[in-house]
Structures are given as C-alpha cells and as structure tokens.
Design a protein around this ligand. Structure first.
Ligand code: GLA
Length: 426
C-alpha cells in the first residue's frame, strides 16, 4: 500500500479532533475511477482498463478509549450532527461505546454535516439506505469474513470525488473505510481480499449487483498507469498511461443527469448476459469470442453478447497500443477510434447510453477530440474525451454549446490524470 503526502493530512487531523475531541490514529485515501475501456465486461468475467483518478475519498480514523463517547465542547452527539443510523437521535450511552460514528464534510440542505452511527451487531442488509450503507456494508463484511467485530470507532470523511457523476464515489468510500479498518485492526488483508470484500459489501449489503472494476481500480492501480484487469481471475498488469508525454488531456464530461431506469437497466443487462451464456453452453461470456454462432439467441440477447465480445477485443487492442506491441511505439493517441467504437456499441448493441451522453460524445468529437465514450453503468453520469492539450477549450465549448442547444442542464467538464491507488496519507 502506498503512502502519499498531501495537504489533506493536517486538515483531516484538525477536523477530526474538532469533531470528536481527541486526535485520530491515521488517515487514508481511496481514489475514484475512470474506466478507459471495457464497459459492462466485468460481471461477464471479461477485461477492463480503468485508471484511478486524482480525486479521492479521505478518511481519518480514531479508536475511542473506553468511556470516551461524547463529542467535544460540551456539545451533545445529536447537536454535533452525530445521530444514529435511522436518524433517531443520540443513542443510549452503553450502545454508544460500541458504535461506529461517521461524520462527513458533505452537508445537507440545512447546512448540517452528514453524519450517522451504527453498531456492528445491528447491521442487516437493507436496514440502512443512502451513503451510510456503504461503510456499514464494509463493517458487516469484515465481521463475516474475519470474525472481527468493529466497534468504538470514529471516522471523519472528506471527498473530492463528485457524487452521482459515475466516478465511483461510493466504492471509493468503501475502500477508504476498509483500508482504515484493516490497519487499525491489523486484519492483514491483501489487495485481492480488499477488492472482493468491498464488492461483497456492495452486492450483499447495499444490494447493488455490480461487478469489480470500480473497487479494483481504487485498490490496485499505480500512479501514471492504467490497470489491465482480467475479471475472471483478478490477474493484473500495470499499463503505462502518461498523457503529458503525448501532450494529451483526458476530460470528464459529467452530464449531471441520472435516468430513473439506471438500476433496473443494469440488472436486466446482467441477467440477459448470464442467460445468453447459458444458452450458448458457456459458464460466462468470457469463454466465447467473436466467432461464436449467435443463432440460438433472441435478437436482444445477440446484441448484448455482441457488445461484450467486441468490447473485450477492444480492451486488448487498447492495451496493445498503450504498450506498443509488434514493434510499434507506444501510442495513447491511437486509442481514440477504439473509444468511439466502444461508445457506439454501448449505445446501439448494449443500449445503456442516453441522449445527454450521446450529445457529449458527438459534440466532443466535432470539437476535435481524438475519441470519446460514455463510462460506467450508463443512463446518465459521465463521458470521457481524449483531447490534444491545444484543443481542450474548443472541445469544452463545443460540448457546452451542444447541451445549451438541446436545452440540457450545463455539464460539468474537468480534466483528470492517472493518479495512484488507495493508501495511507502521511
Ligand atoms: C458500474 C458498476 C461496475 C461496472 C460498470 C459497467 O460502474 O459498478 O461494476 O459493471 O457499471 O462497466
């Protein structure tokens, strides 16, 4: 696990002490992700190629001494924004000794810090909704996996990963909480165990049937690299991804929309792929390639499978360009076409795009981007655009103008680079 020195360290310690009345033990960070290519392939045991971005969830962790459960300055827990998980207000003192208390720098409509607390024993899947369900899922999985009952813990959380933009802010939160608890309890989990544990927290406790790309990107990626991950056996290769060296920028275009069918759409796609694999006699779509006879499938199944098989091939082709196979020199520029082909396949074969994402990709391309595609689950969230650094403004203006023409809310556009995976903050 790497350690980073950032200005966040002293601030986290200060805030933690101001809130909980004693100094934290340590601080950690876990980044959000952008998947360069390999969308909707992870739960089909396929290939993905994410980068960790230079935006992260930060967490300071402290362990309360016996009997030290009150917050500082004579302020009660409830006044300090620490209510129990169901929002019922301050918990009974005996219970509070065992509780995990979490305070975030994000604020609600009334300007109050988001905060909550729960005990490990009271956790049952589905009992908690919203952001708190992610750290709670991690605590629950730690108990199930290692037999360790987490208790008497305080966490202060800050995040620079935009929420709802499809950059995996909730997975980054899970990873940050897990690596903090792993250190404090000496659990000794390795990277694979961390990835799998946070995925189970998401699948079994939060109840979202997601794959593994988001957690792996946050845990396993090295700075300046993309992570080539085989989701069948979690084998990885770090692929150099130095945008500066080629005078490039990677823009995120956050459409700021999330269409209501995103959750059901994700589950439907996953089911269709599993059914299609069964009909074709395969354990998963990973066992098949583009030469397979899709005849036995329905029209819809055929399109979904075509996307997954062609997307796996595009991930491999992207890796070849980035690594400079066959005597060619490394070339990030060359991946633009593959990004566009990925978007096309996601829009037409997998049908998980939406008008805002299609507009972002088309406008970025007409503004001079080398390639662009939607990222993540789809039906909203963000697209990425690979852009020569001299054209960043032009591409941004083209996207903003196209959104205005369509009457869409203005998008949020910013550059990201390949940051480092999760670790301690010194
Ligand atoms: C979401 C999920 C991931 C992955 C993508 C689509 O981000 O969390 O596991 O399936 O969608 O590639």
């Amino acid at each position: 696990m790497s350690a980073a020195t950032t200005e966040a360290g002293p601030r986290l310690r200060r805030e933690f002490e101001a809130i909980f009345g004693y100094p934290p033990l340590e601080s950690f960070r876990a980044p959000g992700r952008v998947n360069l290519i390999g969308e909707h392939t992870d739960y089909n045991n396929g290939f993905v190629l994410p980068i960790a971005i230079d935006r992260a969830v930060h967490v300071a962790i402290g362990r309360r001494a016996q009997g030290r459960s009150g917050a500082r300055n004579g302020v009660s827990d409830a006044q300090n924004g620490v209510s129990d998980a169901q929002g019922r207000g301050t918990a009974a003192p005996a219970r509070r000794e065992e509780s995990i208390r979490i305070v975030s720098d994000h604020r609600d409509e009334r300007g109050e810090r988001l905060a909550g607390q729960f005990t490990a024993e009271e956790l049952v899947p589905g009992a908690l909704q919203g952001w708190l369900s992610h750290p709670a899922g991690v605590v629950d999985e730690i108990a199930k996996t290692t037999g360790t009952a987490v208790g008497g813990i305080d966490l202060y959380i800050e995040s620079t990963v935009p929420v709802g933009a499809g950059l995996s802010s909730s997975h980054a939160l899970e990873v940050a909480v897990l690596i903090a608890l792993d250190e404090v309890y000496g659990l000794g989990l390795d990277e694979r165990e961390k990835v799998l544990l946070t995925q189970r927290a998401e699948n079994d406790f939060v109840g979202a049937p997601t794959g593994i790309v988001d957690q792996a990107a946050s845990v396993m990626t090295e700075a300046g690299h993309a992570l080539f991950l085989d989701c069948r056996d979690l084998r990885t290769r770090q692929i150099p991804f130095d945008l500066d060296a080629e005078g490039l920028r990677l823009l995120v275009i956050d459409t700021r929309v999330s269409h209501s069918h995103s959750e059901s759409g994700y589950g439907d796609r996953r089911r269709t792929c599993e059914e299609a694999a069964g009909i074709l006699g395969a354990e998963s779509l990973r066992e098949l390639d583009e030469t397979v006879d899709l005849g036995p499938l329905t029209g819809e199944q055929r399109k979904r499978v075509r996307h997954v098989l062609s997307e796996n091939a595009r991930v491999r082709a992207t890796v070849e360009l980035l690594e400079g196979h066959g005597g060619e020199s490394r070339c990030i520029r060359g991946i633009g076409e593959l990004l566009l082909a990925s978007h096309d396949s996601l829009a037409h074969d997998y049908e998980v795009s939406c008008p805002e994402l299609d507009t972002a990709v088309a406008a970025a391309t007409s503004g001079g981007a080398l390639g662009a595609r939607m990222i993540g689950g789809g039906f909203g969230g963000s697209a990425i655009a690979l852009v020569d650094s001299t054209r960043v403004d032009r591409v941004g203006e083209a996207v903003v103008a196209a959104f205005a023409d369509h009457g869409y809310r203005a998008p949020d556009i910013f550059a990201v680079s390949a940051g480092e995976g999760a670790g301690r903050i010194d």
